[in-house]
Write a protein that binds this ligand. Structure first.
Ligand code: F6R
Length: 609
């Protein structure tokens, strides 16, 4: 959470900083700020509450010049949303932007107050900058040395960039807990939380590693690792096209990303289906294959939408591969006493690869005796990818809308491939693998078909957009789909929604049923459909307002509307049935006029616990 951009160049950097920080708004959009060093070696700082556009408006007609600067977009943690709490924070000649949380900030603050420092904000970041100033004043040492010395006093996460108005030729970046990436230009260099910020400037990046400290000048870069030794980090050439981060013909990124799902799934499958019979993951070597052969249990840990994908895969691992699988929300997994199953393999799922809860769970898992670990992730070079034994990339392409859509369906695609691969390895016969390969080949076409139902779904949105509460029901592998449908609706339309397994309603939630609570049910034709129909009758009898997505004719009663969907193979039904729910949430939010791509209080990359 929070986005950082900084630049040290030979040209006026102001527009570049503003455009780049705007592209990081998905990381937080409570407030934003910018600081430059001017020709007189003084800081000029502007800060604004709200989106980056507010900051742009504030700066627009000012004649500013600076070749070195910092910018930040904030997702509030310590302290309310206010201009005072907005980064950059300054202490005399030192300015800082920070991403993370300093857990012992209150103690440090009280120490600094005793030394006479006056705090203008409630943030933990202001504590860091005053501490730097105090240590430098006290020791007279160069800033780099002072930074290294104070890090041991900071508990928590502190990826940050520091600028010194007494030395306007360099920036110092510290990477701890949240990503920082150096963008290499020609006689200019940049640092940002994500390459998206810099794609229109450069394609050459260095991913800083945990514990790295980098000195960034316009003509050169020096990196020290966590042991304070100079290190050469690999330069990575990005293949992400700048155009990918535009909305194109769509009104919102979320809409674009929903419609991109057939192509994202095609990219995820590309070069991974061999001879139409086997699944091929070049990422997996002999070691992994040996682990797959011997594993007896799978533990998956994830958050939010990724957790819902994991829940679907539990059904696949158990029903197709006959492997017991447990799924847990990362923030729960990390904070309880765990009993690890015998021969268990650990999997994390994440779009961003930076989710603090999931990262923590991975780090904990490494001490618990799992056979090994694997991450299924959308972001190459992310912390989860770097810290996991193995990674299977989802290849959804950059997802900018805060509400995940294409990441979910590509995660499910990789998970289904993984299930088939493990079955192939374990059973040494590839019939199931072959069948799944065949079905996966059809999947993008099936998604194209269902996207054509958009008009009907839009009409449904018009009927129910003004309701205050909704229920989502599903059975078996459709229950996680109901959960994901409810999450999408909550996130972008702010309508209260809850998901239940269809059979669970009679154990309490039936009390909620009346004609003002729409009940959305996904009910594909499968062995559970008759049971679901029974549950539908129970709701009907109590006057519930029912909307069913199904590929089966379901006898119409007065208060039931069936949205007939095309046929889909049972195994891939979860990937298929989430599409109408994504569209429903999108169209409801569109009618309500909410901020679909940047819903209130949220951010895309959740780098705090
Ligand atoms: C919901 C959503 C979040 C994320 C969650 C985990 O639309 O996007 O619930 O799924 O924060 O994020 P990742 O997958 O990046 O670990």
């Amino acid at each position: 959470m929070c986005g950082i951009v900084a630049a040290v160049t030979q040209r006026n950097i102001i527009n570049c900083l503003l455009q780049s920080i705007k592209r990081l708004e998905y990381r937080g959009y409570d407030s934003s700020g910018l600081a430059l060093i001017n020709k007189n070696n003084n800081f000029i700082r502007f800060r604004s509450v709200g989106k980056v556009n507010e900051l742009i408006k504030k700066i627009k007609n000012k004649k500013l010049f600076g070749t070195i600067g910092l910018a930040h977009t904030r997702w509030a943690t310590h302290g309310k949303v206010s201009e005072e709490n907005t980064h950059p924070h300054i202490s005399s000649h030192i300015a800082i932007v920070h991403n993370g949380i300093i857990e012992n900030s209150l103690q440090l603050r009280s120490f600094l107050e005793k030394k006479g420092y006056i705090f203008y904000s409630e943030t933990d970041t202001e504590v860091i900058v005053h501490l730097l100033h105090w240590e430098q004043k006290k020791t007279g040492k160069p800033l780099l040395e002072v930074i290294s010395n104070i890090l041991i006093k900071l508990h928590g996460n502190y990826s940050m960039v520091i600028m010194d108005s007494n030395n306007s030729s360099k920036l110092i970046a510290v990477c701890s807990g949240s990503p920082l990436i150096i963008g290499l230009g020609v006689e200019e260099n940049f640092i940002a939380s994500d390459q998206i910020a810099l794609l229109n400037i450069t394609k050459r990046f260095i991913y800083l590693k945990e514990g790295d400290i980098a000195i960034i000048k316009s003509e050169k870069i020096k990196i020290f690792d966590k042991n304070n030794l100079i290190i050469q980090r690999k330069i990575v050439k990005s293949n992400i096209k700048y155009e990918c981060i535009n909305k194109g013909k769509y009104k919102h990124y979320m809409e674009k990303e929903i419609y991109e799902q057939p192509i994202s799934i095609r990219n995820t499958l590309k070069n991974r289906l061999k001879n139409n019979t086997t699944i091929y993951f070049p990422e997996l070597g002999l070691k992994e294959k040996n682990i797959f052969l011997h594993l007896e249990h799978i533990q998956i840990v994830a958050c939010g939408t990724s957790y819902h994908a994991a829940m679907v895969s539990k059904h696949w691992f158990e029903s197709i591969a006959n492997i017991p699988c447990d799924v847990e929300v990362a923030s729960e997994f990390s904070y309880r006493k765990l009993a690890v199953r015998k021969k268990s393999f650990f999997i994390t799922l994440s779009q961003s690869g930076e989710t603090a809860d999931t990262l923590r769970a991975l780090r904990i898992s490494k001490k618990l005796g799992y056979l090994g670990n694997l991450t299924i992730c959308n972001m190459q070079g992310s912390s989860l990818v770097q810290e996991s034994d193995t990674c299977l990339l989802t290849k959804a392409g950059i997802e900018i809308g805060v509400a995940s859509t294409k990441s979910f369906t590509t995660q499910l695609t990789v998970l289904l491939m993984l299930v088939a691969k493990i079955v192939g390895i374990k059973k040494k016969e590839n019939n199931i693998e072959k069948q799944i390969v065949k079905i996966l080949t059809i999947l993008p076409y099936r998604i194209e078909e269902i996207l054509k139902k958009n008009k009907e779904i839009k009409n449904l949105a018009k009927k129910i957009y003004n309701k205050k509460n909704m229920l989502f029901l599903g059975r078996g592998d459709q229950y996680p789909i109901a959960m994901e449908g409810a999450l999408k609706l909550k996130e972008i339309s702010y309508i209260h929604a809850e998901a239940y397994p269809s059979g669970e309603l009679k154990h309490g939630p039936l009390a909620l049923i009346d004609k003002n609570v729409p009940i959305i049910i996904t009910a594909p034709k499968n062995s559970l459909l008759e049971k679901t129909k029974q549950n539908i009758q129970e709701i009907c009898a109590r006057g519930g307002l029912i909307y069913i997505f199904s590929d089966e004719e379901i006898n119409l009663e007065k208060n039931i509307t069936v949205l007939k969907l095309p046929y889909v193979e049972e195994i891939i039904a979860p990937i298929f049935y989430i599409i109408p729910l994504q569209l429903l949430a999108y169209y409801i939010a569109l009618i309500k006029g909410t901020n679909i791509d940047q819903p209130r209080n949220l951010a895309k990359s959740v780098t705090v616990e």
